[in-house]
Design a protein around this ligand. Structure first.
Ligand SMILES: CC(C)(COP(=O)(O)OP(=O)(O)OC[C@H]1O[C@@H](n2cnc3c(N)ncnc32)[C@H](O)[C@@H]1OP(=O)(O)O)[C@@H](O)C(=O)NCCC(=O)NCCS
Length: 170
């Protein structure tokens, strides 16, 4: 899968990934509004502009189609947040996530000079937990009752990886 910057042309296929509010929150956290629409994605894309953008969004291109997405939000003092990690529904379950996020980690640690990359993952999300632990993220704890989805509240595990722990693209 080829890593490239996410572009406006990727928005229509991405919007089709999320059929329910729960699917949207699982991917993008409680900050997105269901249904995800072009205006929300254009606002996020606007944050990727400029010399020192507040956000990066990458696409994973496979056979000319959008197969993966991930975003990193710049924090202070060399920290950053990995968010919006997703594989296209039709491409899930084929082991594509680790090599894709491995390329994102390479960009984050080698090109952007980040020292600490952190993320939140809902504790029921077995595939994502497995993905992050395979890549070498370290679990720091559980942020209880972090998100509300319908009548439910979801716990999120908090993970981080330091530059010294980065092991390269799997
Ligand atoms: C999370 C996600 C990116 C993982 O990608 P994927 O294509 O489904 O997963 P992969 O095929 O790459 O497998 C990842 C690992 O999880 C394991 N796995 C997959 N589904 C699983 C399940 N239901 N239970 C337990 N383990 C599972 C795989 O066996 C693999 O582990 P391995 O490397 O030891 O074999 C993808 O499912 C997705 O986009 N989900 C919706 C959005 C989301 O939840 N994003 C994460 C936000 S933190």
């Amino acid at each position: 899968m080829e890593l490239r910057p996410f572009s406006q042309a990727d928005i229509p296929p991405l919007l089709a990934w999320f059929q329910t509010p729960a699917e949207l929150v699982q991917w993008g956290g409680p900050g997105r509004t269901f249904p995800l629409d072009e205006a929300q994605m254009l606002a996020l894309l606007a944050e990727t502009q400029g010399t020192h953008p507040a956000r990066r969004i990458w696409a994973g291109d496979r056979h000319g189609a959008l197969a993966a997405v991930a975003s990193v939000v710049d924090g202070r003092q060399g920290t950053a947040l990995l968010t919006m990690v997703g594989i296209a529904p039709a491409a899930r379950g084929h082991g594509l996530a680790a090599p894709f996020i491995g390329q994102v980690l390479k960009a984050v640690f080698q090109d952007l000079g980040v020292e600490r990359l952190e993320l939140n993952v809902y504790t029921f999300n077995a595939a994502a937990l497995r993905l992050y632990e395979t890549l070498g993220f370290v679990r720091e704890g559980v942020r209880r009752s972090l998100a509300r989805v319908g009548e439910e509240r979801w716990d999120a595990a908090h993970y981080s990886m330091l530059r010294a722990e980065y092991r390269g693209v799997p």
